[in-house]
Design a protein around this ligand. Structure first.
Ligand code: FEO
Ligand code: CA
Ligand code: CA
Length: 742
């Protein structure tokens, strides 16, 4: 979601509020010791070639190297990926860069076709009428329509038996998140709010259904992709869907509510941002900016809360009227459909109200898309924070599984989870039961980026790394407390504050892990709080002369776990890419971007599995939007350490200040090129490809989002004319049937 989606009463962008008050680094001092790059990056990644390197997020499998799911009960173990670099010709971007644009269209290079596939409101069950898109569609039908704000997405190829076939090229399940809503376009004239109260319950019901996840069957007939409206595999998961908890916090006091008095269940998922996959063939959806949906007026509630609860609310930012005011609807239903969004103490005990409702969100949620009746599971071992996504690391039989995760808020951290159990390919196709095996028991770590280009993974476990009952900011009680309050545990451990960690992606050629750090501002991270891994502070002046101070364009950090072992406790890092205007000064445009590849606020990021080494970057920008709409770029990155150490000079009101950092090799237009520019006021997010890589699925989120007058939408994409804009999935094919971008 972009920075201007929704504001609270004070005008603060809800997504951008940082709630990390710690003195964790940020390292404020310039550290003189810079290890030699030879020392830091001389370590090989030779063992990576033996791993089955799996694309996260957008790819349901490891490409053609991944075993096709067999119907037999004992699948063969995955074949190791052949060492690709020595045997394959180097990839080459093969298209003319798309120019920056403010037009209300989707632009792709010559030789490509982009078609709209699945729009907000499109029906996904027989008998549901086409979407009128004027606010009159029946609320009761929205549980069988596309949600709003399409986001992270995975393509699962399927065979004739409706089983997972990662190589599936013409039929699949497209599973995608619906992060949030643009309320103005959903009802006759936006939300009906009288005196701070939602007075039309049907409008709220629409909004409940428009969040969550879609599972839709898509088919290629001839050269055209369509979704199948009446497929028995279609499913919507939304804020009313029942879900189970598993892992350390399940069935503990932290999760007990009136709805689930033993803390084993909750209803719904929301603010599902980026995504992830598992090697057994399920989908992970990640709950990002959930805190703002809950109503908790501190002046009412604090008197009923203990010190720890108040510390937790403060750290997670649970203190508002609720961004969509869902808790204000009266009368409530017998099952507290609306009141469950009020997380204040109102009853006698925790099983009489929803005082713990906020604890039931902020998790990674597993969904088995092949079993529409299956109950999603919130995996508490992966911690509770503002989960952007969960990218699966290299998959190797006999080794633990690893997921890399960002916490998207200003000054938050980067995490990884390492399973206790070693991967056994016999678990492919095991659905949620396989998840129980690998995702409920493991080690959760948070990253500290040292100033010398090294880093450390700090375990979040009771009794280690300052995570004890005597930690002065929060007295940790047990394992459930640690995962439920993972941000506080990471504070105690001394993690490094980052410039809003968004998507994570693992390069299948090298095992290097990439993390988009979308941006930050002067209020959240002043010039005195730069660090080697978050090094820039500058004024990005718009063409109109408006100052944008801080790191408004963002950057992409990457790291290599030591010895190419994803379970290692140390890593080496550098900054792969600094986003900037091509016209910016040398200490801002550190990656030497040009008119063909300059960009701002990288967010979505995903490595192709059909073309190992090809990286796709998507922007969610509010800084460079004086010049261009958001975009998708193709990249061919090198590896950690391919650049070098650099001392840059930051400037704040004329006061220069130096900062060391490590800058990756400048990509040039051979290594980074703009592939698509979206319509007005949209964000590009969510990306997946068919099993043969010949179709690229991309989401256009919230076109026209900044519209204030329903009669004059800023965008009319995709339907044109005077229509209201709609978030939508587009499918991109090359006219000659080739791989996309190459
Ligand atoms: Fe939902 Fe972090 O973007
Ligand atoms: Ca974002
Ligand atoms: Ca995002």
């Amino acid at each position: 979601m972009t920075a201007n989606t929704r504001s609270d009463e004070s005008g603060i962008d809800l997504d951008d509020i940082g709630t990390n008050p710690t003195a964790n680094p940020s390292f404020t001092d310039l550290i003189a010791s810079r290890l030699s790059r030879r020392h830091l990056f001389g370590l090989g990644v030779g063992t990576a070639g033996t791993a089955l390197l799996q694309a996260c997020g957008g790819g349901g499998g490891g490409g053609t190297s991944f075993p096709i799911l067999p119907p037999a009960p004992a699948p063969a173990p995955p074949a190791p990926t052949p060492a690709p670099p020595a045997q394959q010709a180097p990839l080459k971007l093969n298209f003319n860069a798309v120019a920056k644009s403010l037009d209300d269209v989707v632009t792709v290079p010559a030789g490509y076709t982009a078609s709209v596939l699945y729009r907000l409101g499109d029906p996904i069950a027989a008998g549901v009428p086409a979407y009128a898109n004027d606010g009159t569609d029946a609320p009761s039908t929205y549980d069988r329509r596309a949600g709003d704000h399409h986001d992270g997405m995975t393509f699962f190829g399927i065979n004739a038996s409706n089983k997972w076939d990662p190589a599936g090229a013409s039929r699949g399940l497209l599973v995608m998140n619906h992060e949030a809503i643009t309320p103005l376009f959903l009802h006759p004239a936006g939300q009906t709010v009288v005196g701070g109260v939602r007075t039309v319950a049907d409008e709220v019901l629409r909004e409940f259904y428009l969040h969550g996840v879609s599972v839709i069957e898509v088919n290629k007939v001839g050269n055209t992709w369509t979704y199948k409206q009446d497929s028995s595999l279609n499913r919507r998961v939304h804020t009313l869907t029942e879900m189970a908890f598993s892992g350390p916090a399940a069935k503990t006091d932290y999760l007990k509510t009136k709805y689930s008095t033993d803390g084993s269940k909750t209803r719904g998922t929301l603010n599902n941002c980026a995504n992830g996959t598992t090697p057994w063939g399920t989908y992970l959806t990640c709950e990002e900016n959930w805190a703002g949906y809950f109503r908790r007026i501190a002046a009412n509630d604090d008197k009923n809360r203990n010190t720890k609860e108040k510390a937790s609310f403060s750290r997670y930012g649970v203190a508002s009227t609720g961004r969509e005011l869902w808790a204000t609807v009266t009368p409530d239903t017998a099952d507290d459909l609306y009141g469950r969004w009020n997380t204040e103490v109102i009853g006698a005990t925790a099983t009489d109200d929803y005082r713990n409702g906020h604890n039931t969100y902020g998790w990674v949620v597993e969904i088995d898309p092949f079993t529409p009746s299956s109950m999603p599971k919130k995996r508490t071992a992966l911690g509770r924070f503002g989960h952007e996504g969960a990218c699966l690391g290299p998959v190797v039989v006999g080794k633990p599984l690893v997921w890399y995760m960002g916490d998207d808020s200003r000054n938050e951290y980067i995490y990884k989870f390492v399973s206790t159990k070693n991967w056994d390919a016999a678990d492919i196709g095991g659905g949620i039961a396989s998840g129980d095996k690998y995702m409920d028991d493991g080690r959760l770590y948070v990253a500290r980026f040292n100033e010398d280009g090294t880093g450390v993974w700090l375990e979040l476990k009771l009794g280690v790394n300052n995570i004890t009952s005597s930690y002065d900011k929060y007295a940790f009680a047990d394992a459930a407390d640690v995962v439920t309050n993972a941000r506080l545990a990471a504070d105690a451990a001394g993690a490094t504050k980052m410039d809003r960690p968004e998507w994570t992606a693992v390069n299948p050629k090298t095992g290097d892990v990439y993390v988009t750090l979308t941006n930050t501002n002067a209020a959240s991270r002043p010039i005195t709080k730069t660090s080697a891994s978050n090094p820039r502070y500058y004024d990005d002046k718009t063409t109109g002369g408006k100052s944008q101070l801080g790191n408004p364009n963002g950057h992409i950090v990457r790291f290599a776990d030591d010895n190419a072992d994803p379970t290692a406790l140390g890593f080496k890092w550098d900054v792969y890419l600094f986003a900037a205007r091509s016209t910016a000064s040398a200490d801002v445009n550190l990656s030497q971007l040009t008119a063909d590849n300059d960009m701002s606020s990288p967010d979505g990021m995903w490595f192709s599995h059909a073309a190992p080494g090809l990286l796709w970057l998507q922007t969610d920008d509010g800084a460079y939007t004086d010049v261009t709409n958001c975009m998708l770029l193709a990249a061919l990155p090198g590896k950690v350490g391919d650049g070098g150490a650099k001392v840059i000079t930051n400037v704040d009101a004329g006061t220069p200040r130096t900062q060391n950092t490590f800058v990756g090799k400048a990509p040039g237009t051979e290594g980074l090129r703009r592939f698509l520019v979206g319509p007005k006021d949209c964000e590009l997010t969510g990306i997946a490809e068919s099993g043969d890589g010949r179709a690229l699925f991309v989401n256009i989120q919230h076109p026209g989002e900044g519209t204030s007058d329903i009669k004059a939408p800023i965008s009319h994409w995709p339907d044109g004319g005077t229509s209201r804009p709609r978030s939508a999935t587009v499918v991109i094919t090359k006219n000659d049937g080739g791989l996309i971008g190459l």
